[in-house]
Design a protein around this ligand. Sequence first.
Ligand SMILES: *Cc1c(COP(=O)(O)O)cnc(C)c1O
Length: 386
Amino acid sequence: MTKTIYLDYHATTPVDPRVLDAMLPYFGAKFGNAASGTHSFGWEAEGAVEVARRRIADLAGADAREIVFTSGATESDNLALKGVVAAAGVARPHIVTLATEHKAVLDAASTLEGAGCRVTVLLPKPDGLVDLDQLREAIGPETVLVSVMYANNEIGVLQPVRQIGEICRGKNVLFHCDAVQAFGKFPVSVDADHIDLMSVSAHKMYGPKGVGALYVRGQNPRVRLTAQMDGGGHEGGMRSGTLNVPGIVGFGEACVVAAREMADEYRRLGVLRDRLKQRLEEGLDGVHVNGTMEHRLAGNLNVCFERVEGDALLVALPDLAVSTGSACDSHGHGGSHVLRAIGVPDELLQSATRFGLGRFTTEEEVEYAAGRIVEVVRRLREQRPV
Ligand SMILES: *Cc1c(COP(=O)(O)O)cnc(C)c1O
């Protein structure tokens, strides 16, 4: 095999050809602005946006009117946290989140903290999951929002979202869930999980980059949210700006494909991921899996190799596109904040390798990747005995 094998599906996914086909007309003849209410170009674009909005809502078990389009999940996370705090009308609002959240949540929370908000960042248990008793205790009378993600983008662990939602509902606190890595992979229901706000992104589910959405509960309770961008009052006043019509159409199509294929795909990816893990553990000693295997995204494996330099590993494997830590953190040093939060020791941190398997990953690719890693790790250990 000569071409690079892509095993970084948590960073982004290729656009599914069916999604691309659905988008193309909206770069061409169907170029209208969805906000142009005076002619057929605008009506056509608006119609396409509303079809997509319903498709995204259907996949979330939501109503179409509860979907706010954004430029991606980074914006959705920011809008959720900052928008809820701004609308809360509390003197010193308090939010609760988890140390293993995506930076879009953690950095938004720290900006809010600088602006006078109180923020509690809970440490997960060593298996990566939130401690529900700690969460319950952290919620106080001034708490306006709990933000905990569905599936972690580095270690793939699945948080007990339904129980978190029940706790929040019981205490009358809003629950925001960054569901980027879960949405389109397995069934997600905002009602069953008691989610009040949910961030999703098209490019993590075989749609285009630069388009996402925030689900905002419309009733029981109706979420009050202050827009973070001023302008023409699009999206029910929650997010101004001309809509990315081709991107939104692609997002909608990605949801249709996901709804149809996710069950088979999830099963297939679980088998492939387990095979990868098995091959690594058979071929090598000193392999540590990060995060629980029991509650985990099917396509995710995150491992550390004893006595191996992470950089040397990447250099030796130009034919594998994998990630050390998180792509979103790749400019920072000091290792992944997620792995640190679950207590991975310093000497293992830098060899952490994230495998993200997805729709176009084949059995042959997994076998090849496993073989190459075993070979390279053995060689590196021989070259640098401790
Ligand atoms: C990728 C990702 C984001 C950011 O989404 P963008 O659409 O790329 O801004 C947020 N949260 C999680 C969990 C992610 O994996």
